[in-house]
Design a protein around this ligand. Structure first.
Ligand code: MG
Length: 259
């Protein structure tokens, strides 16, 4: 059963998403060579709480932090640490979750640390483009398979690995709701998208192979070949007027694909 949200619920989710976007806007400035992922996490938690929200990830199945910070070969779910100091040339995927008035906003972005290699820049740009292509097809009457196909059909010819072990998801009162939103799929297949569905779309794209491994901390996901990975995510409401980007910083971007 996929829960459709009311207008009032979507309004609250937009506020939760705006808080997440504000955190990302701050992180974009803070990410630089020499900063630790713990410092980023501490700042983000303070920012989330200052907006009257709570960090969704902290305590989720025992996760210890407000952010997931995944550096280079880490795909998702990296744990912030005082020992992880970002270096020039790294890329870091940062996932932010904020719960506001009972509803979750969830968005991830991959940031360059100083100057990065062209192949990493290209990987990041392709992953972000895959996200926008997927958002564009998140419309009433389309199906979950159309979203996955939008990612897969764009990424496959580029030769990158599309992560299959993790996927996007419905989002609402819980961080993970139905449906699952894979980054691959066949057009016209899967659950039909209806007005009021809210989903997190999140391509995770690897420079090398698609396979992943979970490290001994039982959280950190790395690529099987230890090549870098990028991750971009927005929470999106499917409406009769088109996709509303809940985790956009400003309303112009949020309404970018509304007709
Ligand atoms: Mg997510």
């Amino acid at each position: 059963m996929i829960p459709a949200k009311s207008k009032a619920e979507i309004d609250i989710m937009r506020e939760a998403g705006r808080i997440v976007a504000e955190v990302h806007a701050g992180l974009r400035e803070l990410v630089r060579p020499g900063v630790t992922t713990h410092e980023l996490d501490a700042w983000a938690e303070k920012k989330i709480r200052s907006r009257g929200a709570t960090p969704t990830f902290k305590g989720y199945r025992g996760f210890p932090a407000a952010l997931c910070t995944s550096v280079n070969e880490q795909v998702v779910h990296g744990i912030p640490s005082k020992k992880v100091r970002l270096e020039e040339g790294d890329i870091v995927g940062i996932d932010v979750g904020a719960t506001y008035r009972g509803y979750v906003g969830d968005a991830a972005w991959t940031y360059a640390v100083g100057k990065i290699a062209p192949e990493l820049q290209a990987l990041m740009e392709a992953t972000e483009e895959a996200l926008w292509r997927a958002i564009r097809v998140a419309r009433v009457g389309k199906r979950v398979g159309d979203i996955g196909h939008a990612v897969e059909s764009y990424i496959d010819p580029l030769g990158y690995g599309i992560v299959r072990d993790f996927c996007g998801h419905g989002v609402g009162a819980a961080m993970h709701e139905e449906p699952q939103v894979p980054n691959y799929g066949r057009p016209g297949k899967g659950p039909r998208l209806r007005h009021g569905y809210c989903i997190a779309i999140e391509p995770m794209i690897n420079l090398g192979v698609e396979e992943t491994i979970v490290l001994e901390d039982e959280w950190t996901v790395v690529t099987a070949d230890r090549k870098p990975s990028a991750h971009f995510e927005h929470s999106v409401a499917i409406t009769r007027d088109g996709p509303l980007i809940l985790t956009a910083l400003d309303d112009t971007l949020a309404r970018k694909y509304l007709v």
